[in-house]
Design a protein around this ligand. Structure first.
Ligand SMILES: NC(=O)c1ccc[n+]([C@@H]2O[C@H](COP(=O)([O-])OP(=O)(O)OC[C@H]3O[C@@H](n4cnc5c(N)ncnc54)[C@H](O)[C@@H]3O)[C@@H](O)[C@H]2O)c1
Length: 423
């Protein structure tokens, strides 16, 4: 059996590597640069190592292993196509299904009888059958659920997390009829040691993924709203949460920025579908609104702290530690730290950004920020610990910055005597 994985990013690469231990796998990506890097054992996402890539690049005598390509001709003759392309949102915050549609059109050209196309990209319930299947039918000339079949199995990996990795996370599976659902489930069972959960339909599986992230977004928005209220009251949010958490059924969430390609995006997919059906999702969207204002709030809070301690803000020097959307991960997509940066600049401060994990060129292209390469030389007036990368937790790193004059700890990373402000 030949499996084609379409899109080798945070989701597609680990999946391709895992399947390639047991099957003949073609890993396809439209980015020549990504393929060239992977062929040299370089994974810009840091989700795997050169050794892990090299292990499967050499096919064994049965053809089992991974072949990497950006030449679409090599995906033909596959029996299983797994789609792991991005599903971002447009500027108007509606689903941008272009990558998904383009991938479906491409697969449609190669589809033959009995093939199965499995989507892993996060979408709204109904997207696979309402958007992707018609494209597959039109380009292939084949009939859905007669000539070819579909599955949906959402990805749950957590980039930067080296403990809960692909095979250790239970995987939801589904198929376009009972027999195919079982086949899809068996396929994933063969690599996922944590097991699978076979959902009753593709729509149920699609919905299960999108609500995982929407639930997190809404829960975080609640504590973020508390942070906005308690700031006005003048009490410490973390102290309140610590006290409340002594009750057995209090949920543990911390205030913070919500960015990235998943939690800050997926609620809009569900909201889009709800609105299409005439329901305006008040809770989902209010969560998004609260979470989206937290970067500006942090920026203002730092400025107020500085003013209260007698600093002149114009031309002050502020160090922002971290630009990626989360800890120990180089992904800068939808990072909300840019909102802190923008707010500080609007007051006339000079802001340096240091992040040893982010890629300098990507940050320049995305945010027009030149990352600094070390933090030794400037006497900063304020330092903001914005992302809890492991490097920033090291004592020797903290010694470098702790004597600076104002310390704002966004991620509850430091011992409180050093901290002047937090969320
Ligand atoms: N990153 C995560 O933590 C995560 C977790 C779970 C689910 N997801 C979902 O998985 C999907 C993929 O996310 P990701 O983070 O891996 O994205 P990514 O941007 O890291 O990777 C996507 C890859 O697909 C390639 N690509 C784009 N269009 C293509 C096409 N038409 N044909 C072939 N390749 C194409 C890109 O070049 C890129 O390498 C999204 O729907 C996302 O919501 C992501």
């Amino acid at each position: 059996m030949k499996i084609a994985i379409i899109g080798l990013g945070y989701v597609g690469l680990p999946l391709a590597l895992e399947f390639a231990k047991k099957y003949q796998v073609v890993g396809f990506d439209i980015s020549n640069q990504r393929i060239a890097q992977l062929q040299n054992g370089i994974d810009r996402t840091n989700e795997t190592t050169s050794v892990e890539i090299q292990k499967v690049l050499n096919k064994d005598s049965n053809g089992i292993g991974l072949f990497l390509t950006s030449n679409v001709d090599f995906i033909k003759d596959s029996q299983i196509y797994i789609v792991t392309v991005p599903t971002p949102i447009t500027i108007a915050k509606t689903p941008d299904l272009d990558p998904l549609k383009r991938a479906s059109k491409m697969i449609g050209k190669f589809l033959s009888n009995d093939d199965i196309v499995i989507y892993e990209s996060t979408v709204y319930p109904g997207c696979t059958e309402e958007v992707c299947v018609p494209i597959l039918e039109n380009t292939s000339g084949l009939v859905f659920n007669k000539d070819f079949f579909c599955g949906y199995s959402p990805e749950r990996i957590n980039p930067g997390d080296k403990i809960n990795t692909l095979t250790k996370i239970k995987k939801v599976t589904s198929g376009s009829n009972t027999a195919i659902a079982r086949k899809v489930d068996d396929l994933y069972k063969s690599i996922i040691t944590a097991g699978t959960h076979l959902a009753s339909s593709i729509k149920v599986a699609e919905a299960s993924k999108v609500i995982e992230n929407a639930q997190r977004d809404v829960n975080i928005s609640f504590v973020n709203e508390l942070a906005l209220i308690f700031d006005r009251i003048g009490i410490d949010t973390n102290e309140v949460l610590e006290a409340a958490a002594t009750k057995w059924n209090f949920l543990h969430y911390k205030p913070g920025l919500v960015g990235g390609h998943c939690i800050s995006v997926d609620p809009y997919y569900l909201a889009y579908k709800a609105e299409e059906l005439g329901y305006h999702p008040a809770v989902l969207l209010s969560g998004r609104r609260v979470n989206d204002q937290m970067g500006k709030f942090v920026g203002e809070k730092v400025i107020k702290l500085m003013i209260n301690k007698g600093f002149t803000i114009k031309n002050s020097n502020i160090l922002l530690l971290g630009i990626t959307f989360k800890e120990n991960c180089p992904d800068i997509r939808n990072s909300k730290i840019i909102d802190i940066h923008t707010e500080l600049l609007s007051y006339g401060a000079n802001v340096d950004v240091y992040d040893p994990l982010a890629v300098i060129d990507e940050v320049k292209a995305e945010f027009d920020i030149n990352l600094i390469k070390d933090v030794n030389n400037i006497d900063y007036d304020a330092v903001i610990f914005a992302v809890s990368h492991d490097n920033f937790l090291l004592d020797e790193f903290q010694d470098l910055v702790i004597d600076k004059r104002i310390i704002f700890d966004l991620k509850d990373m430091l011992d409180s005597p050093y901290v002047d402000g937090c969320l």
